[in-house]
Ligand binder design. Structure first.
Ligand SMILES: Nc1ncnc2c1ncn2[C@@H]1O[C@H](COP(=O)(O)OP(=O)(O)OP(=O)(O)O)[C@@H](O)[C@H]1O
Ligand SMILES: [Mg+2]
Length: 428
């Protein structure tokens, strides 16, 4: 009797015999049948949990054509290099089990694992991600959540240009270090993330090499939301793998903004993770990114912390964003004084005045005189900006003819010349 069975097979069959006695079955196609989420190419879908009830419940949620095994080792003899999504039931979260999961996942890069955990603690999430699990859901997960997670993992295994390719460099290191540009402001809501995303998208469209946007607003980063992305990996994964982090591994963690080719390293999904990420880790990550990117753009929170100071230190350029109102100007003045005290070379600072319209009754020259810095770029205020943010499409793409898009394009020209009709050719 086989321990391999589909979800319509009884639990009795499971307990009737060891996996070793099984004849090699055809693992049915599962994830392709998943509904209610982004359609993904078909891959095999397997549920693993020693507990019959838990295993069958998860299999039911996933629909038909799902195979199941009590433990991950039982699956190994059936692996044939084809992509496969495995859903680990709550028992996998207990001590020791994640160790064997890690060993199997490391040896079989064609597998993408999702863990459904009884209790979603920070510690467990970290352990799971370190073991190579791509997504962790709280138990009981609903069918939609589970199917969406399967669809995400499926697409990471099959279609994404950043899908794991063991030991393979997706982008080459040509020995030329990329330019690091940090977007910073000492005032919340000044427009940093809007500027960082539009700069990233524009540079990605212009550059022949990859361009990466790092969301270093570790607690409340919203770059992924602004670009309508559902990240599978975040900075947390990069930090967990720091001891073996190289360009190849880091490339597997990046999310691609498909319409521009911009690569994104998203902020942690939970603010609690922010505390575990320090300046040294972030600097190390950016140093790896600049090996294969022409530009690394870093979005930041609206205050100085170790991470921000580290980012400013390693940046070639810092875009200091100020809104056109008195509190903004006051805070940016304090920010500038702090940067001077920290001996930040003034030549790498570029002042960007956002929402710089005549209507706000604050004169640009007056602002420049107060700050004792002249503005490099003026960006007008325009309703198309919040509209584009809400649509998840950067304004340079949604309203390319608007004044605000033109200013953002002009800003990008400070870092890469505007090219006509030349897209980004990804190096393989
Ligand atoms: N030039 C502009 N015209 C109109 N609206 C703008 C403009 N720039 C930014 N906004 C709006 O201001 C809001 C804040 O922008 P954004 O999120 O980029 O700021 P931030 O500095 O990143 O904020 P935080 O400090 O919270 O991270 C957004 O809703 C955006 O739509
Ligand atoms: Mg922001």
């Amino acid at each position: 009797m086989s321990s391999f069975f589909t979800d319509d097979t009884s639990a009795d069959a499971m307990s009737a015999g060891p996996a070793g006695e099984a004849s090699v079955p055809d693992i049915p196609v599962g994830a392709g049948a998943v509904s209610g989420s982004t359609p993904s190419p078909s891959v095999n879908l397997v549920v693993i949990d020693p507990d019959d009830v838990a295993r069958n419940r998860i299999a039911e949620l996933l629909g038909s054509d799902v195979s199941s095994f009590p433990v991950i080792e039982d699956l190994v003899p059936y692996l044939n290099g084809e992509p496969m999504v495995i859903v680990l039931g709550p028992s996998a979260a207990v001590d020791g089990t994640l160790g064997s999961v890690e060993r199997v996942l490391q040896a079989h890069r064609e597998l993408g694992a999702i863990l459904v955990a009884e209790e979603l603690t920070t510690n467990l999430l970290q352990q799971a991600l370190r073991s190579g699990v791509k997504d962790v859901l709280a138990h009981p997960a609903d069918a939609m959540q589970l199917q969406e997670a399967v669809a995400r993992v499926t697409s990471s295994l099959t279609s994404s240009p950043t899908a794991p390719v063991a030991g393979d460099e997706l982008f080459e290191d040509d020995g030329e270090a990329g330019q690091v540009i940090t977007v910073f402001s000492t005032k919340g809501g000044a427009g940093k993330s809007m500027i960082a995303t539009n700069l990233g998208v524009t540079l990605a469209q212009r550059s022949d090499k990859p361009v990466c946007l790092v969301d270093a607003d570790l607690q409340f980063g919203d770059i992924a939301v602004m670009l309508k992305l559902s990240p599978q990996h975040t900075i947390v994964d990069a930090v967990s793998s720091l001891d073996r982090l190289d360009a190849s591994l880091l490339q597997n963690l990046l999310v691609t903004h498909e319409s521009s080719g911009l690569l994104i390293l998203p902020a942690p999904l939970e603010p609690a993770f922010a505390d575990q990420i320090g300046a040294t880790e972030m600097m190390q990550i950016v140093e790896v990114l600049r090996r294969f990117c022409s530009h690394v753009i870093v979005d930041t929170p609206a205050y100085f912390n170790d991470v921000v100071l580290g980012m400013i230190e390693i940046s070639d350029d810092v875009l200091l964003v100020a809104g056109m109102d008195i509190p903004n100007i006051k805070n940016v003045k304090i920010g500038l004084q702090t940067l001077r005290l920290l001996n930040t070379p003034m030549e790498k600072l570029h002042l960007v005045l956002n929402r710089a319209n005549s209507k706000v009754k604050l004169d640009v020259t007056e602002v420049e005189r107060t700050l004792q810095v002249s503005a490099d770029i003026l960006i007008p205020s325009d309703i198309v900006v919040p509209q584009s943010v809400n649509r998840g499409v950067p304004v340079v793409q949604s309203s390319p003819r608007s004044g605000v898009a033109k200013s953002l394009e002009e800003m990008a020209t400070m870092f890469a010349p505007a090219l006509s009709g030349k897209g980004r050719g990804r190096k393989k």
